[in-house]
Structures are given as C-alpha cells and as structure tokens.
Design a protein around this ligand. Sequence first.
Ligand code: NAG
Ligand code: NAG
Length: 390
Amino acid sequence: SIFHSFLPLSLCHRRSVSRGSYQLQAQMNRAVYEERPPGSLVPTSVAEASRAMAGDTTLSENYAFAGMHHIFDQHVDSAVPRLQFANDDKHLLACCSLDGTLSIMTLSPSPPTVKVTLKGHAGPVTDFAWSLSNDIIVSTSQDGTLRIWNTEDGRCIREVVDPEASELLCCTFQPMNNNLTVVGNSKHLLQVVNISTGKKVKGGSSKLTGRVLSLSFDAPGRILWAGDDRGSIFSFLFDMATGKLTKAKRLVVSEGSSISSISARSWISREARDPSLLINACINKLLLYRVVDNEGTLQLKRSFPIQHSSQPLHSIFCPLMSFRQGACVVTGSEDACVYFFDVERNTKAIVNKLQGHSGPVLDVSFNCDESLLASSDATGMVIIWRREQK
Ligand SMILES: *[C@@H]1O[C@H](CO)[C@@H](O)[C@H](O)[C@H]1NC(C)=O
Ligand SMILES: *[C@@H]1O[C@H](CO)[C@@H](O)[C@H](O)[C@H]1NC(C)=O
C-alpha cells in the first residue's frame, strides 16, 4: 500500500465520514483508554469487541493514509521540529518553528485555519507540550526561556528565564501534575519547573553527559527518560509529592549519537504487554526497547531501517493499537517520507510509506481517533493526511 499520488486539495476538505461513525470512534477511543491497575493501560473487553466489529483487517489496511487533507505553510523556510494534536480534540493541532513562533491550527470547520500564533520567543522554538486540558502550552526556545501560553487567546502568561542563560531544547509536562514541567538545556541540565510559580523545584535537577534533546515520562509519571547528544539515555525516578528526581539507570545507545526522540508506552498490543520505549538516535534505525524493571532499564527488542544521520527526527506509537492485530509505530525520516512499521511482523515490517514532503520529516502526530495524521518537515511544511475511506 505504498502511496504515490495525492487527491486534489479541493476534494480534501470534504468530510467523508458520517457523524455517527465519528461518535462511534470516540466511544471506542475512550473505551480503549479505560485505566486498569494504576500504571498499566491494557486493552479492555470493549476494545476487544470493537476490534471484532472492525474485523480482523490487516495493519496495512488500517494504516492506508492516502489523501492529503490539508497543507499548512505559515512557517515555510523555517523548520517545524515539533507538532502535536491536542488531547481528545481531533481537530486542534499545534506546532513550533525555528522562526520563533508557534501556531495553533483548527481543522474544522472547513477550511482549516491558523487559529492563533504564539509570538514572543526571541529565538527558534525547539519544543512544546499541551497541558492535559489543552488550556496551556509550554514551549522552550534557544532564546533561553520557557514560556507558558494561554491557548485560547495566544497570550504569554509567564516567561521563565533559564538561570544559566543556556538554550532550552526540550520540555514535557509531568502527566499526573500539570503544574510541573521538565525542561532540558544545552548545558546538560535537566530541571523540574513549577509553572504556577515559575520556580525550579528543589531536588528536581540533574546533569546528563550532553545537551538534553529528548524527554518522555511513562504513563503514571513515575519514570522519566532523558536523551542527550552523546548517545545516552538516563532514567530518573520522579517523586510525585516533592517533584524530586533520582537518577536511576544509564544506557549508551550509540556513543556520540544524538537521541532526538523518546516515546514511552505502557503496553504495545494485545500480544505484547511490555512497557516499551521508541527511540530515534541518528543511526539510520528506529529502535524499540522493552522496559524491564521499575527503574527504567532498557533492553533492545528490535529496530527498523530509516534514513537518519543528523536531523532531530521524532517517532510515535499509534494511539489506538489495542483493538487491532499487531501494533504500529510511525516515524519521520531524512528521505522526506513518513514510515509506518508493524512492530510484531518479522518480515516486511513496513506497512505504509507517505510521500509528499520535500525535506526531512521531523515529527508526526495522530489525532485522538486516528482519522488524521500530521507530519512536519525541515522546510517548514505541515501536512495533514486523511485516513483512506473504504
Ligand atoms: C496547580 O496549582 C494550583 C495552586 O497553585 C492548583 O489550584 C491547581 O489545581 C494545580 N493544578 C494541577 C494540575 O495540579
Ligand atoms: C507549585 O507551586 C504551587 C503554588 O505555589 C504550590 O501550591 C505547589 O505545591 C507547588 N508544587 C510543587 C510540587 O512544588
């Protein structure tokens, strides 16, 4: 199912799924994420029923993203390193750019538009994150500041200046307490910031071996992984009551390579319920690790070939994998393609490849019902892909 031709854009704004099936999708989505014992999201019986309803379609059919739904070019000529759909809102998307701004886009009502531009950073914006309720975005910049934005009106609520005046390279919310964010800088420092006060949390700092490029919490917010530009991933135990970090384990993925992306997932699929980590490490491979203990120790499970030697590429787990057979991950690549891999298929793991970008694809994001995939590239283009309707 390799995709070679696009639908004309004029055809693409048409909403091609009835309201009824959108609602069904949303219900399935909620069911799938029903939480079981703390920290272990597993497929529910409702999810299994949904899967039966969907029929045992193959992964390739499930990932037939063919039509381009829309192209955003407001950041053209400056790379868009990160983009992310909002939580539980399938039509709201944000991205950040090396041009110093972020944009929040809405895809409905048609035509898709840039709803608000977040202006204020005095340097390239390296990373951002949505709060759980989508009311706030935090962003980091090479200008040495963390900014907190109101997503409704685009106002900058607070600016937190890095005390070391170093470039800030990545940020993430603590999933269980959105008053806390973790920020990584170019002087190897990782620190927890209380965004209610703009202050660093005592005991919430740690040094890595290089520039801090990537961060990911596990779902319960107990383990944080951080990757640097010297090829190391560190795990930290996070104390929920105090915000303190305790360094636990270190894994050298590849000496001297940049760990540009880390994504944690509590389970992979019905068949493989191991907590896992997906890593991009500038070694022409996407890596999948198993988390083998409560301290975040990693064991390589498998890898997938992509083109990746220097760009800050990112990858994700597909959100709704539980009611399908197999499981899927999606990654950007320096050959300007988006790749979908089935993590459980031993041969021909590649299940789809999207072509349409004209530069390295830096980030990918699914909306909450997987009806749309967004991808961004080093030339500043953002493409919204629509799932093929059968
Ligand atoms: C953040 O802290 C404020 C008090 O400063 C509190 O009202 C709010 O509920 C907290 N939010 C979260 C997500 O914990
Ligand atoms: C963050 O700051 C708020 C407001 O002062 C405070 O209520 C909260 O306890 C702080 N959280 C942590 C973990 O320090």
